[in-house]
Structure formats: C-alpha cells, structure tokens
Design a protein around this ligand. Sequence first.
Ligand code: ADE
Ligand code: ZN
Length: 316
Amino acid sequence: MPLKAELHCHIEGAAAPELVIRQAQKYGKDVSPFIQNGAFVWNDFTSFLAAYDFAADLFRTEEDYARLSEHYLTSLARDGAIYSEVFTSPDHATKAGLSPKAYTDALGEGMERAKAKTGIEGRMIVTGVRHVGVESIEAAARFAARCNHPLVTGFGVAGDERMGDFEDYVRAFEIAREAGLGITIHAGELLGWESVAAALDHIRPSRIGHGVRAIENPDLVKRIADEGVVLEICPGSNIALKVFDSFGEHPFRKLRDAGCKVTLNSDDPPYFWTNLKREYDLAAEHFGMDEKALMATTRTAIEAAFVDRKTKSALM
Ligand code: ADE
Ligand code: ZN
C-alpha cells in the first residue's frame, strides 16, 4: 500500500453520515431530508452545499470539532496517510456561536490526539467561502494572519465558484501572504479554464484547488507546468459532481503527462462516496498509476505542503 498525503479536504465535509446522525440526535434534529439509508442525499452542487451546511451546523462545541478532526485524521492514518491538510471554515463556527479561535484550537486539539495515536501530521488551511461574501473572506484572512496557531499554515478560498470575482479576493490573499501563510484557491471546478487563468493572474497561488478544467486550454496547461503550480485534484469529487462524465474522461493523466504537478485528494469524502485510499485506488485503475507513480504523487504533495522545512524533510 503506497504511503499517502492529502492537501485538499474540507473538515466539515469529512464528517461521516454515522457521526452526523449522532450529532443530530444530540441536538434533536431530523436528518431525513439530507441523509437516507446511511448516505448523504444531494443531486447537484447547490443541493450538495445544502446537505453540507446542514451537517456542518451540527458541530457546535469545542468537543464536537475536536472529535471531528480526531476521527477524520485517525481514519486517514489507518488508510496509510502520513500527512493531511484540512480546510477549516470559521464561518461555520461563528454560526454555531463559537469564536474562530475556540473552533481552531478545538480542531487542532483533535489533530494532536490523532497524531498521538497514529503519528499522522496535520495542518489547517483557514478558508473563506465565496457564497458567504467578500467581507467574511477578508475576516477569515485576518483571523488566519493573527491567530498564531502552530497548525494554521495556509489560507484558501472555496465555495460556489460561480459567485464573486477573483479580483474581489486580492486583499484577503495579500493579508494572508504577508503573514507568511501558504496560498491556495479553488478554481476550474464548476467553471472552465478562464477561471483558473484568472486565479493565477490575480491571486498568484502556489496551489490550485481542482484546476482540472485547465485541460480546456493547452496554453494554460503549459503555463501551469512551467510555473510549477500544484493541482489539488479530487477525481471522485469531480465525477460525483459531474465535472466530467466518467473516470475515462478525467484529465488527471493528461495533466500529469503535460508536466503539471498533480496530487490526489478526497475533497468531501462521504458526500462523494470516497476516501483518500479510494482516490489512490481509482488512480491505479483509471489513470494507469503504478505504485511508483502513486508514491511520486505523495512526494509532490509533501513538497507542496504548507509545512515547515524540518517536518517536511522528516516526512520525505
Ligand atoms: N466546499 C466544500 N466542497 C467544495 C467543493 N467541491 N468546491 C467548492 N467548495 C467546496
Ligand atoms: Zn474543495
């Protein structure tokens, strides 16, 4: 089994249906509109977000969040992962009445517990959400920049790519960059290659979340390869959300063969009937990745990780 590393997973989106059902019982909520037969129910990006927000709203206390990150990183380690970066959303915590600091400390506590049990290293990427709005994205950046949490090492923007413009987020990313945080932004998932080009032009990230629709423009693929921008690719998510019709049509292999730095990630695993192990298995089955190629993908992820040099070399 190849060692694995993950750069792109939304921590609220990693809560398994069983855990969400337990949280719903705790808070007296009916899960049936969003979970049926032990699986999340949705049929497009908008209804996926509704199910995701419903589940996220069931994590309200510090212990809820600590258990969530402990649970996720422990299961990842059992599948052979040595490193994980998770996207965190202070917006969800604020809605639940928890301060961004209490939320982040709690997730960090869960990550430390998972590390103590399994050895897995974890880091957090504080994330602004496009469909919540630019003010909340800047507030997330300001929090990330000043929180001084040792496990917060990056800043990102996720959410509905069809809303807002990359220009709107320049200030948030400048705040994060000045604080020394790593930079990643979702682009080229729901929208086409122009979105990836705009992200590169305006935000200058070292990594792109997804980025797969860059494949629509060969000049852009060459630019990504030449500039060494790392793609956080989530094949199972892309097929579930119908970004591509089948794994046979997924551009992972083409992007890799064109010299782009590619990594494998699970995004929101239970929503997309996946986990990091399945992503590696899918890459072996559909993208012709043998054990050596999969290990190279893990190495690419660790090289691109938002983690200090000493930890990085210990992981390599
Ligand atoms: N937030 C959680 N999952 C996401 C995805 N796949 N794309 C954009 N934002 C997200
Ligand atoms: Zn994502």
